[in-house]
Ligand binder design. Structure first.
Ligand SMILES: [Zn+2]
Length: 149
């Protein structure tokens, strides 16, 4: 229910673990161990998590079904707008991306991308290469909506 929210928060640079299927007890245990905030649309999970002292302030019931509003809610609730660091994390693995010199990107991206883009980043976990260029203009436009202060 919050998978898209998780990916967009990563895109904005936040460290996000995501589980589509996990037992509540296990999720609560992981959140405590890894010092995480729980974001969910599940009332029952919220009630269970709030019984733990360490998590009382670290849970948020996601209200909207729309991912844009979900992102807004999280940014506002935890006052995170100034900590946004867009395009610094892999959407799929949550790993921090590393800058890739253009010369090393040559064999990893299609030739037209290599010609047009100047900034390349690599995910050290899954090996995906991301770049700044016309393909991502739409995404950048969406991102700007969240970065306005
Ligand atoms: Zn990755």
């Amino acid at each position: 229910m919050v998978g898209k929210l998780a990916r967009w928060l990563r895109l904005l640079g936040f460290d996000v673990s995501y589980y589509s299927k996990i037992e509540d007890a296990r999720l609560i245990e992981l959140a405590e161990k890894e010092n995480r905030i729980i974001l969910t649309r599940d009332h029952e999970l919220i009630n269970k998590a709030r019984k733990r002292k360490s998590l009382q302030e670290r849970v948020l019931l996601i209200e909207s079904e729309r991912w844009e509003e979900q992102v807004e809610q999280v940014l506002d609730h935890f006052k995170l707008r100034e900590e946004i660091n867009s395009n610094s994390r892999c959407l799929d693995c949550n790993a921090q991306l590393k800058t890739l010199p253009k010369s090393r990107a040559k064999n990893l991206v299609p030739p037209f991308v290599y010609e047009q883009a100047s900034v390349f980043v690599l995910c050290p976990v899954c090996g995906r290469v991301f770049w700044k260029g016309s393909h991502f203009r739409d995404m950048d436009k969406k991102l700007r909506r969240f970065t306005r202060l």
